[in-house]
Ligand binder design. Sequence first.
Ligand SMILES: [Mn+2]
Length: 443
Amino acid sequence: MKPFVERRSRLIAAMRKRGGGVAIICTALEARRNGTSTYPFRWDSNFYYLSGFPEPEAALAIVVAGERVETVLFCREKNEEAEIWNGRRYGTEAAQKEFGFDRALPITALDEEIPNLLANAPAIYYALGADAGLDEKVRLWLSKVGAKVRSLVGWPTQAFDIAAMLSEMRLVKDRFELATMRRTGEINAAAHVRAMLATRPGLHEYEIEAELLHEYIRCGARSPAYESIVAGGANACVLHYCQNNAVLRDGDLLLIDAGCELGGYASDITRSFPVNGHFTAGQRELYEIVLAAQHAALAAIKPGARLMDLHDVATRVIAAGLIEAGLIAGELDEALSSASYKRFYMHRTGHWLGMDVHDVGSYRQAGEESSGEGTPSRILEPGMVFTIEPGIYVRAAPDVPERFHDIGIRIEDDVVMTESGYEILSAGVPNTADEIEALMRKR
Ligand SMILES: [Mn+2]
């Protein structure tokens, strides 16, 4: 309960700075899969970040009026019949106590109660434009307040985007979040090791995917954080490949980009390794470039560095490597300014990581104007978690040496910025070519 109460206090302080008002945060809707089946329920990240409340059909209201603060949870009521069929519910009474809210009300009272809370409030805080259903609800709630205006009830004249406010909070992880993310990273690393040990020619990509899922679930991370990419050979050159149904071939590389979710936090690791346990000369040549790019990006992490600096140094190493390998022509500076390397390295080197795999948080440094050289990138601060994932993707083509055909390599690790440097959350899985071959010899 403690981290959630702490986060609510920080949000309350931020609302007070803006003159107070009422914040409304709803959890996710259950999504129908087909027939009478639903997708496994996953709460809304912002709602869970503030409440810790795991059930569907719930919302949170926070009222800040001067010194007065009230937190109200709306949730499902106890219902014996429903609980016999679909499982236990907290109900309002237990939820209020266990999750530390001032009040808990039935979710069925939401449309009636929110207008009462909004009456005389100077501002409303919600995720502006994020969901058509919520936008319509807000319109409805406000119109109900408006109907009372003749009886001298004031209505909110300002709206603040609570998603933007929470993004900034969520970008810097607290110690509870970091503890969870360390464990998520450990489990994911173990799963990638398991996948390497299980790989051999003739298996299907999905058989390796099953190894990942086995390890995740066995360790209590009940769901992948995103669709796993298990891509052999040329499939690795499809950045978001997820069919995972091809047969693994002797002599090919296998690229796995997969992560589990634990306690609402994502891990995100990519490894590229030989199906038969031995890199070919061409594979190793490109692998060493990508690894050097990752090391260069890691070395660039220091107080005052910007996220984009890591991309710039990684890109420099990759472009130089591509020239050396004969994949692109010309001088390094020319390759960088013309972006000719983008034929083989077309994505960014990293993204924020947290409750969402591509986590919230602005990539721009607030208060700095664009210099014309592009937008000033975010300065790294302790507690920010991000991935470093350079790659090289070479599809077969007449102008490409055959030893590089259909090779896709990405090396991705998860990093948290600390006061003195950084900590790698995904260190439990080998990432040099020699370490990978050594591990795979144990098969
Ligand atoms: Mn990633």
